[in-house]
Design a protein around this ligand. Structure first.
Ligand SMILES: [Zn+2]
Length: 456
C-alpha cells in the first residue's frame, strides 16, 4: 500500500519514497525548553508520532530513524535565567524533563534521537564557516548574517513575497545588514549574558541563531538530505525556509525531500494567547483528563486541518474511548496476533487521515459488540493492532474501567481493608465492604493471586 503525504514544498500529495528503505529518516523541530508546553505544542509530536508508528509498521522498527531536537540555548532561556536567578542548565533540564513526561502521558514514543543544541555548537560553526567561504554569509557588527539575495530560490517553501520576508526576518542582529531580509546565523554575546550561553567562534564569543541549530543537528544525526522534515505550520516561515537556505547553500543538495506541517490549534474557537488568558498547559490538562483521552482528541481532526480544543471534544473523545475499551473487555479471551486492519492502514496511508482511521476503529468495535465468542480472538486482535498503530487502547481494559470509576485509589484502599479484615477473621466487616462496593457497581474478584476489582 503506497503512503501518500502532502508535501508543503511541492504543494501536493505525493507517494512517499525514501532514499533508502533500510534507513528512513525523519526530523521534527522540538521545543525550546524554558517553561511548560501548552496543548498546541502537543500537536506536532502527536501527529508525527502517528507517522513514526506508520513508518515503523511499513519499513520495520529498526529501519526508521526519528530525531527531534531540544533547543537548550535561546534568548527566552537566557531571559528566564536572568528573571529567576537560576542557572541556564537547571532551567533547561527541568523543562525538558516535564516536556518528556507530558509527551509520554500522551502516548508519544520516544524519538530514536534527541539532539541538544548545546551539544552541536561545533557543527553549527562549521556550517556557518562553509556559508561564509561560499559567499552565502558575512560577518557583521553583531554576529554573522545569512546573505538572502545570494540564494536564487530563497522562499521556495513558503512562497512568500519579498515584503513578507523582510517583515518576518528577525531584527535582533540589525547592524550591518546588507539586505533587510538577511537573518542571523551567529549572535555576538552581550556583556550581560551568562557564560554558559556563550561559545568561542571565529567571529568572537556568542551563540548560534535558532535556525542554524536545526540545520546542524539534522545533518549530524540523520545526514545532509533527510526524507521527512516536519513541524507546525508556524515554522514554514521563517524557520524552515531558513533551514533550507543554510543547509542547501552549505551542502549543495536538498535538505529534505518531504516537508510536512500540521495546522493550528484554537481554544473554544479563539486563538490561544497569553493576552486572552486562554493558554492551556499540557501539564495542567493532564490533572483533569486521561492522557489517552487527550491524544484521541488531538487525533480527531486531520493533522493539516485546524483543531478546536473544547470541553465537548474531550468529553466526546472519552465517551468513544470508553466504548472501545468496553468492547475489548467484553471479549474476555486471548487476542490473536494479527496485522492492523486494512481500513485503518489505508486511512493513515492517505496523508495520515486519523479521523477516518478512528472511524474505522469505531466500526470494528461495533462489529465486535455484535460478534459471537468464536470470532472474539480475531476481532480483539484487530482492534489491538489498530490501537498500536494509532497509539491507543494499550491500557489493560480492566485497569481502564477501574480508572473510569474516577477514584481508583479509594477503591484500592477499600479492597485492601477487606483483605485485612478477612485476615483478621472479621468476616462481617469484610462482607460489609464487599456490599458497599457492590452498591457502587464494583465487583471484587478473589483469586489465587489476591483480590482485584472491576466496574460491572
Ligand atoms: Zn527546526
Amino acid at each position: 500500500m503506497d503512503l501518500r503525504l502532502h508535501n508543503t514544498l511541492t504543494r501536493e500529495k505525493q507517494v512517499f519514497s525514501p532514499q533508502n528503505p533500510q534507513r528512513v529518516t525523519m526530523y521534527v523541530c522540538g521545543p525550546t525548553v524554558y517553561s511548560y508546553a501548552h496543548i498546541g505544542n502537543a500537536r506536532p509530536p502527536v501527529a508525527f508520532d502517528v507517522l513514526f508508528r506508520l513508518l515503523r509498521a511499513k519499513y520495520g522498527e529498526s529501519h526508521v530513524l526519528y530525531a527531534s531536537n531540544i533547543t537548550d540555548v535561546d534568548d527566552k532561556i537566557i531571559a528566564a535565567a536572568a528573571e529567576t536567578g537560576r542557572p541556564v542548565g537547571e532551567i533547561t533540564a527541568l523543562y525538558e524533563r516535564i516536556y518528556n513526561e507530558d509527551l509520554a502521558a500522551l502516548g508519544v514514543i520516544e524519538p530514536n534521537l534527541r539532539p541538544h543544541a548545546t551539544e552541536h555548537i561545533g557543527g553549527m560553526i562549521e556550517i556557518i564557516q562553509t556559508l561564509v567561504d561560499k559567499g552565502h554569509a558575512y560577518p557583521a557588527k553583531d554576529g554573522v548574517l545569512f546573505d538572502v539575495p545570494s540564494m536564487a530560490d530563497y522562499g521556495k517553501l513558503s512562497g512568500r513575497n519579498r515584503d513578507d520576508m523582510i517583515a518576518g526576518a528577525r531584527v535582533e542582529v540589525d547592524a550591518g545588514k546588507k539586505d533587510p531580509a538577511d537573518f542571523a546565523l551567529w549572535k555576538a554575546a552581550k556583556p550581560s549574558e551568562p557564560k554558559e550561553a556563550r561559545w568561542d567562534s571565529p567571529w568572537g564569543e556568542g551563540r548560534p541563531g535558532w535556525h542554524i541549530e536545526c540545520s546542524a543537528m539534522a545533518k549530524a544525526v540523520l545526514g545532509e538530505t533527510i526524507d521527512i522534515h516536519a513541524g507546525g505550520l508556524d515554522l514554514i516561515f521563517p524557520h524552515h525556509e531558513n533551514e533550507i537556505a543554510q543547509s542547501e547553500c552549505a551542502h549543495g543538495k536538498p535538505m529534505a525531500n518531504y516537508w510536512l506541517h500540521n495546522g493550528f490549534l484554537s481554544m473554544d474557537s479563539e486563538k490561544m494567547s497569553k493576552s486572552l488568558g486562554n493558554v492551556k498547559l499540557i501539564n495542567d490538562l493532564l490533572k483533569h483528563y486521561d492522557g489517552e483521552t487527550m491524544r484521541f482528541a488531538l487525533m480527531s481532526a486531520h493533522y493539516r486541518q485546524p483543531l478546536d480544543w473544547t470541553e465537548a471534544l474531550l468529553n466526546q473523545s472519552k465517551a468513544t474511548l470508553d466504548r472501545l475499551y468496553n468492547a475489548l473487555r467484553r471479549m474476555d479471551v486471548e487476542a490473536d496476533d494479527v496485522d492492523a486492519p486494512k481500513g485503518v492502514m489505508a486511512a493513515l496511508c492517505d496523508d495520515l487521515n486519523t479521523p477516518l482511521a478512528l472511524a474505522e476503529l469505531s466500526a470494528l468495535a461495533t462489529e465486535a459488540n455484535k460478534a459471537e465468542a468464536p470470532e472474539w480472538p480475531k476481532l480483539k486482535g484487530r482492534m489491538l493492532a489498530a490501537g498500536r498503530l494509532l497509539g491507543l487502547l494499550q491500557q489493560d481494559p480492566e485497569a481502564y474501567a477501574r480508572g473510569d470509576a474516577g477514584d481508583a485509589k479509594r477503591i484500592d484502599a477499600l479492597v485492601q481493608q477487606r483483605i485485612d479484615a478477612r485476615k483478621a477473621k472479621d468476616f462481617a466487616a469484610a462482607d460489609q465492604i464487599r456490599k458497599a462496593l457492590a452498591d457502587e457497581g464494583i465487583e471484587i474478584m478473589d483469586g489465587p493471586q489476591g483480590s482485584t476489582w472491576r466496574r460491572v
